[in-house]
Write a protein that binds this ligand. Structure first.
Ligand SMILES: NC(=O)c1ccc[n+]([C@@H]2O[C@H](COP(=O)([O-])OP(=O)(O)OC[C@H]3O[C@@H](n4cnc5c(N)ncnc54)[C@H](OP(=O)(O)O)[C@@H]3O)[C@@H](O)[C@H]2O)c1
Length: 227
């Protein structure tokens, strides 16, 4: 059939639905596997899904977690979405999804932490190397990651707590998790000689930074390429 063929359109919608469903199943599997792995190591971990664009739900979640444990020692904010497209092809809605998920999400989290009696020892915000170097198709994402740094710094100044934005270079996929570096993007990085961060090394780097890094530093860049 031609372009207007309703059967073809149905087919495409069906494909989208299958993709979404498959992604959900894979995400659920990844969560279960991670929780099992942590339990086997003796960690008590709990999983809870909250949409951080929903301010009330996020505030409530932070309050409940604090109430359950009587404390909240540290937070890592790693929420984000990408919808890469050149500026000319971006819609305001798409920009807002990418920019707002990071910036409004982080602002909500930091505001919620401010309401707790006694803030956490640290708030880590996951930024990206794109905030530092820029990246084709990622104007919204780059701006969002750059803004994280200011949000964290302002909060640190207001509360006296430690805020650290980590601008990561691309991570290598682990097991089932490719994250924001799709196989195509991974190949593109390899072609340009950009090395991927080994996940164990990346985790160790963050822990080292928290343990021994200068506490007044508000942002660091971690890459495997040594730029
Ligand atoms: N992978 C890399 O190489 C790389 C490099 C630099 C920076 N980073 C940063 O590292 C973080 C994790 O990246 P990733 O590669 O692991 O990507 P990912 O697999 O896409 O993870 C992003 C996470 O954000 C969550 N999220 C999205 N919108 C949200 C919202 N409104 N409220 C709460 N959570 C939300 C997603 O949850 P759902 O799946 O449930 O929606 C998902 O768990 C991101 O902040 C990214 O910018 C990654």
């Amino acid at each position: 059939g031609g372009e207007g063929d309703p059967l073809l359109r149905l087919d495409a919608e069906f494909d989208d639905e299958i993709n979404r469903e498959a992604e959900l199943i894979l995400a659920r599997r990844e969560i279960t596997a991670t929780l099992d792995e942590l339990a086997a190591l003796g960690s008590e971990a709990r999983y809870r899904a909250v949409d951080f664009r929903d301010r009330d739900a996020a505030l409530q979640a932070v309050k409940e977690i604090h109430a359950d444990h009587g404390r909240l020692d540290g937070v890592v904010f790693a929420a984000g979405v990408i919808e890469d497209r050149l500026i000319a092809e971006k819609t305001p809605e798409s920009f807002q999804r990418v920019y707002g998920t990071k910036t409004a999400g982080a602002a909500t989290l930091l505001a919620a932490l401010e309401e707790l009696p006694g803030g956490p020892a640290f708030a880590v915000l996951f930024g990206s190397i794109s905030a530092v170097l820029g990246n084709r198709g990622q104007a919204d994402y780059a701006a969002a990651n750059d803004a994280l740094e200011s949000l964290g710094a302002d909060w640190a100044e207001r509360t006296g707590n430690r805020a650290l934005t980590v601008h990561w270079g691309p991570w290598a996929p682990t097991g089932g998790h490719t994250g924001m570096v799709s196989p195509e993007l991974g190949r593109e990085y390899a072609r340009r000689g950009v090395e991927l961060i080994d996940p164990d090394e990346g985790t160790a780097a963050l822990l080292r930074e928290l343990a021994w890094g200068e506490e007044s530093v508000r942002a660091v860049v971690y890459t495997a390429s040594g730029w």
